[in-house]
Design a protein around this ligand. Structure first.
Ligand SMILES: [Zn+2]
Length: 455
């Protein structure tokens, strides 16, 4: 979004900083610098070595199948923890599930590493990827299914983020999640969402990384300077009454997930050289899905991170050569310098979110039939200041902002409520800033549980 921001800045003759705001954080550059291409490569090579990681595959063998893979992932988290004073807690929530693509009831096991927050451990930021893989036939649990990119790449990003971030202390909790059962219908995403609800986690974000390492398209283009961040426009759990209000006053492009995408876009511009975020105003690619959907259904903000161009010959295909074309999800199809950049964006986003105060709650605006707009919110102890943001109703990024103090109410004089979309971010004493929160239930980061179906 760099280019359009530049235009906006010129047009308005005022600094039009995208989130997150003016404060520069050397810690983020330092953490990004610790992401290792070699480690990402070693992780994917090891994951591929298990032959298949189909959710219905072998679980007893020490070298083949999903059981061996998940034990190895848990051991990797343990090793990372050993290097950082034992700070990671390894948890393996599971459910016995049935699905059309599984031969019978199957244990779906997620492998999580939890880095507890120092001051508010109930606040939770998640990065996820799925470690299961598949061949051409979705029910084939014996053929080789290397899954190097889908989703060895996301799993490698999760493990690398755990290794880099566990040496740091954060006010909020970070959860590094390797999920199973994605290829059978987002089963591991459901296990994670149920577990988060049961634990009472206040999940503020799930960055779901699925297919993040390929840079070549089937038409020959190579794109290694862009990553797509998919986000829903309105909340999956929005009620009919909320939808009515939102249709009238706006908010159809300001779900918490969308403002999370904007937050990532701003971080990429500032901290990740040669990587631009392409925000896509969709929950996922057309007609396709990912584990973030299950988090959204549970009422948590979540985005999908995916490479800019996909190579469909390498997804969900048996390994073979046909008509001179190589099919199958082999490690040769992963661009490691690119995967490292995407991992850096994740690391920087997780750190920025976990250092910042919680996204503001109780955000509301007033000012109908008046030349001014009043922003109201519920002040929180972890914020030393707040910033009101506004942008034109057709603009993709926040462009205008003003610090508004901690009273819980601020008047934006001569800013007409009809002409802009508004938001509010929280700022800590040391300058860390939360994502922008759009007013009302449409934009709130607070969990909105799904409504029970009407009888
Ligand atoms: Zn996938």
């Amino acid at each position: 979004m760099r280019f359009s921001l530049l235009l906006a800045a010129l047009a308005l003759a005022a600094p039009a900083a995208a989130q997150p705001s003016p404060a520069e954080h050397p810690l983020l550059r330092q953490l990004a610098g610790q992401v290792s291409e070699a480690r990402l490569h070693a992780t994917i090579a090891k994951l591929v070595s298990f032959g298949t990681r189909h959710t219905g595959s072998e679980t007893k063998s020490p070298t083949r199948g999903i059981g061996a893979a998940r034990r190895w992932i848990a051991a990797e988290f343990q090793a990372a923890s050993k290097d950082c004073g034992g700070r990671l807690r390894i948890e393996t929530p599971s459910q016995v599930m049935t699905a059309e693509r599984l031969a019978g009831p199957t244990e779906v096991v997620d492998v999580l590493a939890v880095l507890p927050g120092t001051s508010d451990p109930g606040r939770v930021i998640v990065i996820s990827g799925h470690y299961d893989s598949r061949a051409t036939d979705a029910k084939d649990f014996t053929s080789d299914a290397p899954g190097a990119n889908d989703d060895g790449s996301g799993t490698a990003a999760v493990i690398e983020a755990a290794r880099v971030l566990c040496k740091q202390r954060f006010p909020a909790t970070l959860v590094f999640a390797a999920l199973a059962g994605e290829e059978e219908g987002l089963l591991g995403g459901k296990v994670l969402a149920d577990y988060a609800v049961k634990q009472g986690w206040r999940v503020e974000a799930d960055l779901n990384n699925d297919i993040v390492g390929n840079t070549g398209s089937l038409r020959g283009a190579r794109i290694d300077t862009r990553v797509r961040v998919f986000s829903e426009g309105t909340r999956t759990t929005e009620t009919a009454a909320e939808a009515d209000k939102r249709r009238y006053n706006g908010g159809e492009v300001d779900s918490p997930s969308r403002n999370l995408a904007r937050f990532m876009d701003g971080l990429a511009d500032r901290y990740i050289p040669d990587l631009d975020v392409m925000m896509v105003y969709r929950t996922d690619r057309y007609g396709r899905g990912g584990d973030q959907n299950e988090m959204l259904k549970a009422g948590f903000p979540a985005v999908r991170v995916t490479e800019a161009v996909e190579n469909y010959n390498r997804q969900h295909q048996d390994v073979r050569t046909e008509g001179g074309i190589q099919y199958g999800d082999l490690i040769e199809g992963v661009d490691f310098p690119y995967l490292a950049k995407v991992t850096r964006l994740n690391v920087v986003t997780l750190a920025a979110l976990a250092m910042a105060p919680a996204p503001p709650e109780g955000v509301d605006i007033a000012g109908a039939v008046s030349p001014d707009t009043t922003v109201k919110w519920t002040p929180a102890a972890d914020a030393a200041d707040y910033r009101a943001w506004w942008r034109e109703t057709t603009a993709p990024q926040w462009t205008q902002s003003r610090r508004v103090g901690v009273s819980g109410e601020a008047k934006l004089a001569n800013v007409n409520i009809d002409d802009w979309l508004f938001g509010l971010s929280a700022i800590s004493a040391d300058g860390w800033e939360s994502p922008v929160v759009f007013p009302g239930p449409a934009g709130s980061f607070k969990r909105a549980p799904p409504q029970p179906a009407k009888p």
